[in-house]
Design a protein around this ligand. Structure first.
Ligand code: AMP
Length: 283
């Protein structure tokens, strides 16, 4: 596995691997590091769909808000590289901030659709940061496919919009959410939790989504009552704040008020202390 730090080195290395067979397919997996099995499952999805696998590790400053955890975000580069090598990644791209945002950098991509709901409503500018960095990584890498986790489902939908709007020649593939045995969606931010929070409180997020799903499928028509119940239940279970728990059409991200639609997802973001956890489930 080759570790590269510059976009020039990245292109040279990819072109070197493609030199003998231009038909080989390349896949990009963008990450912010502190890797867990959720990230590694994206590598497995990539291997099923491409021949040359590239992972990037970059904690993108522009997608963090002023009071968010950019400075604390866990960094485990050495271990990440070991995990990526073991899982069969060919190239890891670990650029510095200056490589991505050199002096004079002055572009910001704002997507108008679906960025002011759910996480976008509470994390102003977050998706601008995400779409700008993803556009840059896609341009630098020029992969045939790029893999994103459904854990960040809204992000996946917005990236698909980016690629469609900018006529980017890349296929975006969504990969399933990987969970701990407790049901808690794997996340680098789970490391902020104490053992008790991680084992006993955080898993309630997914359990609550499952209970809502069951109720919904049993014909509950009052979405408002259901979400109010879920919020109260999470607070009783030890969560400190429920930012949102909302039900949307999984394709259009239009809000759903009754169980008539075909593909519906419930989305939630909730805090334990300062740790913000997100999750979603297909109904
Ligand atoms: P991050 O490092 O948090 O930016 O995540 C990098 C990629 O991994 C994103 O596409 C995430 O959606 C995906 N990812 C993170 N956690 C999981 C998980 N538990 N299951 C599936 N994909 C995940």
């Amino acid at each position: 596995m080759k570790i590269v730090k510059t976009k020039l080195d990245l292109r040279r290395t990819i072109e070197g691997l493609l030199a003998n067979d231009k038909k080989l397919k390349t896949a990009l997996i963008p990450t912010m590091g502190a890797l867990h099995n959720g990230h590694l499952s994206l590598v497995e999805t990539a291997k099923k769909n491409a021949d040359i696998i590239i992972a990037s590790i970059f904690v993108n400053p522009t997608q963090f808000g002023k009071n968010e955890d950019f400075k604390e975000y866990p960094k485990q580069e050495k271990n990440d590289c070991k995990l990526l090598e073991e899982s069969g990644v060919d190239i890891v791209y670990i650029p510095d901030v200056e490589e991505i945002y050199p002096e004079g950098f002055s572009t910001n991509i704002t997507i108008a659709r679906n960025t002011d709901i759910l996480c976008g409503r509470y994390r102003k500018g977050h998706f601008d940061g995400v779409t700008t960095i993803v556009a840059k990584l896609l341009n630098q890498c020029q992969p045939d496919i790029a893999i994103f986790g459904k854990k960040d489902y809204q992000q996946l939908i917005i990236i698909k919009q980016l690629v469609a709007d900018f006529d980017m020649n890349v296929e975006i593939i969504g990969s399933p959410i990987i969970r701990e045995d407790s049901g808690l969606a794997m996340s680098s931010r789970n490391e902020y939790l104490s053992k008790n929070e991680r084992d006993n409180i955080a898993p309630e997020l997914y359990k609550t989504l499952q209970a809502m799903k069951e109720n919904f499928n049993n014909g509950t028509s009052n979405v408002c009552d259901l979400t109010e119940w879920a919020k109260e239940h999470l607070i009783k279970s030890g969560f400190d704040k429920v930012q949102y728990i909302e039900i949307y059409d999984a394709v259009t991200l239009k809000k759903v008020s009754s169980n008539g639609s075909n593909f519906i997802r419930i989305f939630t973001a909730a805090y334990i202390g300062n740790t913000r956890l997100i999750d979603n489930i297909l109904i």
